[in-house]
Each structure stands twice: as structure tokens, then as C-alpha cells.
Design a protein. Structure first.
Length: 242
């Protein structure tokens, strides 16, 4: 899950019309000039021709532990700094899909306040949904395109989506958001953290996954599951551990 904890400001979709107005036309293929990327940066994304190759690429990028403070790095900054957490990886994956002619769709997964939200990049094959996901643990990663609905896809993350005490915390999923609706300067080439893009996803319409009654019936993950969940791909640098 993302290390990002910042709450979005109180806002509505109308607050973002200015950013959307600056976005280029919804071209099927994202050209270098559409994204604002340099030839070398664009070539890196263009080499990623399938969702599986995109997933492998973002897996190979070390996790962003946000040692110096919370970030929402743009696509350019992820490629430059070689670090990313969930929303940062999702934007890279979305840009790569756009370059290959697929819509750059992302979905926001929201949770109980005791945990962190997550963002995945969506794609479809033969009418079924799949997801590309950047995470430091094992459970919340790539999803094969086998899910008939976005609700099914979101539910595939439910059991393993838990906090350190073993409580299952996933609560809702958003409508898909096409990042072509935003100025690429807000998420592809920004030099500062892309908080406006982050906040735009937070205020999307969300759909509940479980009822309050079902929430009261949830069992905690057992000790073995909690132990297994501590396995990470990129350990936090020792110098940064408090």
C-alpha cells in the first residue's frame, strides 16, 4: 500500500475543471509531445508493450520509502529517481499504457482510517478487467484480466488488505479515472509532488464493498498470516529506521 497519508482537501470535481481544460485531446496513442517527455524517457515507456511487461518494470523500481517526507512523484521523477510507491507506480503504468494505445485508467481503493489507500492501473482484455499495481508486499500486486466487473477486481484485494494488527481494512473502490483528462504537467512531467492529481483521485465517486453489518463480522487475519504479510521486496534502509 502507499505510504501516502495526506488527506485531500474538501473539493468537488468542479474544482479541477481548469486542470482538465489544459489537457490535450483524448488521443488513443500518447505521443512524446502529448506527454511532454524527452525522447529517452518516452523510449523507456514505449518498450513496455504489455501489462505484464509494465508490471515487471515497476516491480524492478525500488519502493519509495518517503524517507525525506511524503511524495507523489511524477512519471518523469520516478524514472529519474528510480523509486516509487503505489500512486507513483500507477501513473508510470498509466503513461506506458497510453503510449501503447490503451487508455490510462486508474482506480482508487479506499480503506479504514487505520490503514493507507491504494491506487491501481486498469486494463481490459476480452471484456475482463485486470490491474497493474506497485506495492512492496506480495498480496496487492498484479491482477490477471479475469474479472467481469471492477467490483470483482476490487474484492480480489480484500482479504489481504489489512493493517498491522490484522484487521481487514479495504472499504470502497472508485470509478475509473482517465488521466488524459488532466494536464500531463500535473502527473507526467511535474518537478514537484503531484498532490493535485492525488486529491483528484480521492474525491472520485466511490462504491462501498461491504456493509456496516458485514464489517462487524470480519475476522482478523491470524498470526501466521500477519507474519507472512511482513515480507517485503525492498526493506527500509537501516539508516532510515527510527
Amino acid at each position: 500500500m502507499s505510504a501516502t497519508t495526506r488527506n485531500a482537501k474538501k473539493a468537488s470535481a468542479s474544482d479541477y475543471t481548469g486542470a482538465a481544460a489544459k489537457a490535450p485531446p483524448l488521443r488513443r496513442f500518447g505521443r512524446a509531445e502529448d506527454l511532454g517527455l524527452a525522447p529517452r524517457e518516452y523510449a523507456t515507456l514505449k518498450r513496455l508493450q504489455t501489462p505484464a511487461s509494465i508490471q515487471a518494470f515497476i516491480n524492478a523500481i525500488p519502493i519509495n520509502h518517503e524517507v525525506g517526507g511524503e511524495t507523489v512523484l511524477s512519471v518523469r521523477e520516478v524514472l529519474r529517481q528510480r523509486r516509487a510507491h503505489c500512486i507513483e507506480g500507477a501513473m508510470v503504468a498509466a503513461a506506458a499504457l497510453w503510449v501503447s494505445g490503451e487508455p490510462p485508467l486508474v482506480m482508487h481503493l479506499d480503506c479504514d482510517e487505520s490503514d493507507y489507500p491504494h491506487v491501481v492501473t486498469l486494463f481490459r482484455r476480452s471484456g475482463a478487467w485486470g490491474a497493474i499495481s506497485k506495492t512492496n508486499g506480495a498480496p496487492l500486486r498484479y491482477r490477471d484480466p479475469i474479472y467481469r466487473t471492477l467490483r470483482e477486481l476490487a474484492l480480489s484485494y480484500f482479504h489481504e488488505y489489512s493493517n498491522r494488527r490484522g484487521h481487514k481494512t479495504l472499504r470502497s473502490y472508485s470509478v475509473p479515472f482517465d488521466l488524459r483528462r488532466l494536464d500531463p504537467g500535473l502527473w507526467v512531467t511535474a518537478t514537484k509532488s503531484c498532490w493535485e492529481t492525488h486529491d483528484r483521485l480521492v474525491v472520485l465517486r466511490h462504491f462501498p464493498l461491504i456493509s456496516k453489518r458485514q464489517e462487524r463480522l470480519l475476522a482478523k487475519r491470524d498470526a501466521f498470516e500477519r507474519k507472512a504479510s511482513k515480507l517485503v521486496e525492498y526493506p527500509r534502509p537501516k539508516a532510515a529506521v527510527a
